[in-house]
Design a protein around this ligand. Structure first.
Ligand code: ATP
Ligand code: MG
Length: 589
């Protein structure tokens, strides 16, 4: 893991108050009043539209701009926490914007899923979620701007084949070569571009390119593409358009139309910043976009070990049935983590600890799991569950009798109340809580030893039964009737071992799924032919467990701590393990 300070050890509050290079930029802009005179007419628009509005009440405007082509993953959560978090901190607004400029692969299902995930993480896009935008709503403006660029001899239609265009772009060592179409007249460019828009040309026949400099040392400035022909239907604009803008042209325009001040993106876009600035600078020079213009700031993307994050890979895992779906609890998607039982507060805490940097970040999933444990430790009600059951018979307990014990829901939080545990002469205990011959320092059940059944009685082990194969199938005990927890006699008994249990008569039998990491290696695909070769094929194990009866009322809304085992969440007729109580990875062989 790179990046200092170590987020695993840094206290949350300290990490939260850390400044970073993005905050420093914002602080400087606020101090100088860089954006103080911007006007905002209440919605995205041209310079002339915005000029009719009042001074923008939002101190800064950021945006979270996903492409609706899949469900969000933990990497997106980083961008969400950063953009919405900064807006909150600085009295600004973060726009929720769908970057839906690519007609293929985009779907309404993903739009809905993304909105739900951002809400679930705890964020809102302005008052009453008013600032929700779609890049496709700006298609006409983007088109008009392209026409302006053509009219000013800053763009042209190129009709080279894709291969030739790539070849003529040159390389890092070698300048590019001008296209034979670079000298087309403005009139011809305008006519061709209009025909492209109207569907008169086949996909790939022409593209619109910026006319900048084929010899630029930055390849991104060698006449980058602005528009391509794509005779495809769009999930929102239908068949209206036959051309679609390129991301690097569309994105700065979207930002500028929306009054974005600080446009945060991941480091891969660093050498495109010069083109980002070129696009909006030219359009603003025609008086069409309000100044001062947004500024692009890059930060390192979040990478989490033992998983994959690209939507393409996640989709493949779903489509090929390696997981149950986008919300499979092993997936690094927000819907998956939600189903796994990760609280949104834990994900936000994790992002605070991971911090913001310019250096590549690889973070171990144990850092995220620690955040999950910390949050759930505070909130999760405690319950008894026996995951590897062994029968315990109390030989001196009156046959047919039963009674109740009272147990707190949370040992440190009396305000969370209590629950009732039925008790009788037959209980389930964990198999590992009994040993025929006790190893050193073993204080639980073995013949002759005494333990407390937590919140119940003290019992003394008197014997056990084995089956023909030699497996212990029953443990026998005698109980001390005056030792019940919470009664005056309880303190007279001093025992070293305390174990949990559930009453055999009233226990709920339930499936419990124990999850392991989805991949066997930290960086799937790095040392193998395909990341699929590194899948852990044994990452979900279902067991049958006995649970205390109060768990019958579990709804799946809250997580529980199964004492001594970990955190669990109810999910469709079963329980699933969110995480263990302690980091169990470090001690693995
Ligand atoms: P992927 O290729 O993984 O699907 P993407 O970048 O194509 O990711 P978008 O929907 O375009 O996905 O991204 C929305 C926003 O989330 C962008 O601003 C992008 O920079 C940010 N983002 C995506 N992945 C990460 C990551 N791993 N760390 C930080 N930010 C990320
Ligand atoms: Mg993408």
């Amino acid at each position: 893991m790179s990046g200092k300070p170590n987020p695993k050890t840094a206290p949350a509050t300290e990490a939260a108050s850390h400044s970073n290079f993005i905050k420093q930029r914002i602080d400087a802009d606020l101090a100088k009043g860089t954006y103080a005179q911007r006007r905002w007419a209440g919605e995205p628009g041209l310079a002339a539209d915005q000029a009719k509005g009042d001074i923008d009440p939002a101190k800064i405007r950021t945006r979270f701009p996903p492409e609706p082509n899949g469900y969000l993953h933990i990497g997106h959560a980083k961008s969400i926490c950063l953009n919405f978090g900064l807006a909150e901190e600085y009295g600004g607004i973060c726009h929720m914007r769908f970057d839906d400029t690519n007609p293929e692969k985009e779907e309404q299902e993903f739009v809905d899923g993304i909105l739900e995930s951002v809400h679930w993480l705890g964020f809102h896009w302005g008052k009453d979620d008013k600032n929700l935008y779609f890049a496709s709503d700006y298609f006409q403006w983007m088109y008009d701007f392209a026409v302006k660029l053509i009219e000013n001899d800053l763009a042209y239609v190129d009709s080279q084949s894709a291969e030739l265009m790539a070849f003529n772009r040159g390389s890092f060592q070698e300048p590019g070569r001008d296209s034979p179409f670079r000298g087309r007249s403005i009139a011809e460019n305008l006519k061709l571009f209009e025909e492209m828009r109207d569907g008169k040309h086949a996909d790939g026949a022409h593209i619109l390119r910026a006319k900048i400099d084929m010899a630029s040392p930055n390849i991104n400035m060698r006449d980058p593409a602005l528009y391509r022909v794509k005779n495809a239907e769009h999930h929102r604009t239908g068949k209206k358009w036959h051309i679609y803008p390129m991301y690097s042209y569309a994105h700065p325009i979207e930002d500028a139309l929306e009054n974005i001040t600080h446009s945060l993106c991941t480091l891969e876009f660093e050498d495109q910043r010069i083109f980002y600035d070129w696009v909006i600078e030219k359009i603003a020079s025609f008086g069409l976009l309000q100044r001062p213009l947004p500024q692009q700031i890059e930060f390192a993307r979040l990478n989490l070990g033992y998983t994959v994050m690209s939507k393409r890979y996640l989709k493949q895992l779903v489509d090929e049935g390696h997981v149950e779906g986008w919300d499979d609890p092993r997936m690094p998607t927000i819907v998956g983590m939600r189903r796994r039982g990760y609280p949104p507060a834990a994900i936000r805490l994790f992002m605070e600890r991971a911090g913001v940097s310019k250096a590549h970040q690889w973070i171990d999933p144990s850092v995220l799991e620690d955040c999950v444990r910390e949050v759930l430790n505070e909130t999760a009600p405690r319950r008894f569950a026996v995951l590897d059951p062994l029968k315990l018979v109390i030989t001196n307990y009156p046959a047919g009798q039963s009674e109740e014990s009272t147990a707190p829901n949370h040992p440190q939080k009396p305000e969370l109340g209590t629950r009732t545990l039925p008790f009788s002469g037959e209980l389930w205990i964990e198999r590992e809580d009994f040993q025929e011959v006790a190893p050193p320092k073993y204080f639980r059940l073995f013949p002759g030893n005494t333990v407390r059944l937590k919140y119940g009685y003290v019992v003394k082990c008197t014997g056990f039964k084995k089956d023909d194969a030699g497996n212990v199938v029953e443990v026998q005990c005698e109980y001390m009737p005056d030792s019940k927890s919470g009664t005056p006699g309880a303190d007279a008994y001093k025992v070293k071992g305390v174990i949990h249990w559930v009453c055999a008569k009233s226990a709920l039998k339930s499936k419990v799924v124990m999850y392991d990491r989805l991949f066997k290696v930290e960086n799937p695909g790095k040392d193998s032919k395909s990341y699929l070769d590194d899948l852990n094929r044994d990452s979900a194990k279902t067991i049958e467990a006995y649970l205390e009866p109060s768990l019958g009322a579990a709804t799946g809304k809250e997580g529980f701590q199964f004492e001594r085992h970990g955190y669990f969440r109810h999910d469709q007729y079963k329980f699933i393990r969110t995480c263990t109580l302690r980091d169990s990875w470090g001690v693995r062989s």
